[in-house]
Design a protein around this ligand. Structure first.
Ligand code: DI6
Ligand code: FE
Length: 399
């Protein structure tokens, strides 16, 4: 049999079943960027092609960070200090800081400056074995600046060996020039920004922030209806600070995911499970905001709602540059099991992005791999910091 590349002397966490789908002393082979064979080394057919001795490393599907706001201007470390001195996230947002302060810095930066600022952040994720990253707009809040952010995100995918998936998040905050004219901004998003992002192929999905300090469920529904008209799937920042019924709303639109969900109610969670909408858990935001309300993991387990885990990398509520750290926080704060956490950055993260070609090690899938020098998969959740990643493979090629 002819393969382009074979990895041997590895333990595999294929993520094919809910117990990690472990294959000890396994082998995995790539052809034309896809997995052509995977199984116990003893069963590997006679083959030609390059062979890598993985030296006993564990191989997982390349990790997927399915919710980031990685492209932005400036940073908000001064706000971090203000919060240490007692200000709340909502107070800062309502007084014109927060998302709007990043909006000003993002509008002021040109596309290339946004790319250069984002690259070190992206590199931090990649070093840990991430091979797919979702990036949202939402700091432009006007047509040109939203498109600029999406173009910068697309460029990152050309600068590095990684798949970038983009989401248009123009409904992230009300820009100041629309104060008192909410309907006009929602109309701009629905009638101009979404159609342009769609026609230029810049957005893979549409996201919205449904929240007391952002957009109402009714406004969100107008945004989602436009997304559907333009053939784009939707996802939602739901129930982070208040229960706005975001989980149920996301389910009713057949959203790919509802994210945050700190205050989602069990009926909304059950509706998501029935609709196949993935719950994306963001413990970096929980930690940063010292949030005491945790997502209802028990209701998610009971209803069979799939859970993903992500950094929510953003300059305000989650300046998180490590997906491995999120594995730890998901377990420590939310009490996820190790398999739940690892499924959350592989198979279920793929589902949260509507990607059916990755997230598990199986024949026909993209050959995106992450190699780790660990003795047991649980170590990926156990270490608090550090980085055991010793290899990254993108579409069958060591990256
Ligand atoms: N929820 C978040 O976690 C980010 N956006 C959102 O809707 C935070 C964005 C920021 O504070 O800059
Ligand atoms: Fe977010």
């Amino acid at each position: 049999m002819s393969f382009d590349h074979v990895w041997v002397n590895a333990n595999l966490a294929t993520m094919r079943d809910d117990a990690l789908g472990v294959i000890e002393d396994g082998a995995i082979a790539a052809r034309d960027g896809r997995i052509a064979w995977v199984g116990p080394r003893a069963g590997l057919p006679a083959h030609s092609g390059a062979v890598t001795d993985s030296k006993g490393a564990w191989i997982l599907p390349g990790l997927i960070d399915c919710h980031t706001h990685l492209v932005f201007g400036g940073n908000r470390s001064a706000e971090f200090e203000a919060r240490l001195a007692g200000a709340s996230y909502e107070e800062i947002a309502r007084s014109g800081g927060g998302i709007l302060s990043t909006m000003r810095a993002t509008r002021a930066a040109d596309e290339e400056a946004l790319v250069q600022a984002a690259l070190p952040r992206l590199d931090a994720l990649l070093r840990e074995g991430v091979t797919t990253v979702e990036i949202k707009s939402g700091y432009g809040l006007e047509l040109d600046a939203e498109l600029k952010q999406l173009r910068a995100a697309r460029s990152l995918g050309l600068e590095r060996e990684v798949t970038i998936i983009t989401s248009l998040l123009a409904a992230h905050a009300l820009p100041p020039e629309f104060a008192g004219r909410r309907e006009d901004y929602v109309r701009l998003v629905a009638e101009q920004i979404i159609p342009r992002a769609a026609s230029e192929g810049l957005a893979d999905a549409v996201d919205a922030f449904c929240e007391s300090i952002a957009f109402t469920p009714e406004e969100t529904a107008l945004v989602f209806a436009s997304a559907k008209r333009h053939g784009l799937p939707v996802k939602l920042h739901a129930d982070q600070l208040t229960d706005c019924g975001g989980a149920g709303l996301a389910a009713s639109f057949g959203a790919l995911s509802a994210d945050h969900m700190e205050r989602s109610n069990p009926a909304g969670i059950a509706a998501m499970a029935a609709a196949g909408t993935v719950a994306v858990l963001l413990p970096g935001a929980t930690l940063t905001l010292r949030e005491k309300h945790f997502p209802d993991i028990a209701a998610m387990r009971e209803s069979g709602c799939r859970m993903a885990l992500s950094t929510d990398m953003n300059p305000g509520s989650s300046p998180a540059l490590s997906l491995l750290l999120m594995l730890n926080l998901g377990c420590t704060l939310f009490r996820l099991t190790v398999p739940e956490a690892l499924l959350g950055v592989t198979r279920h993260a793929a589902a949260a992005l509507g990607l059916v070609d990755r997230g598990v090690l199986a024949e026909g899938m993209r050959c995106d791999l992450a190699l780790y020098a660990i003795e047991r998969p649980a170590e990926l959740c156990y270490w608090l910091g550090g980085n055991p990643c010793v290899g990254r493979v993108v579409a069958g090629i060591a990256a």
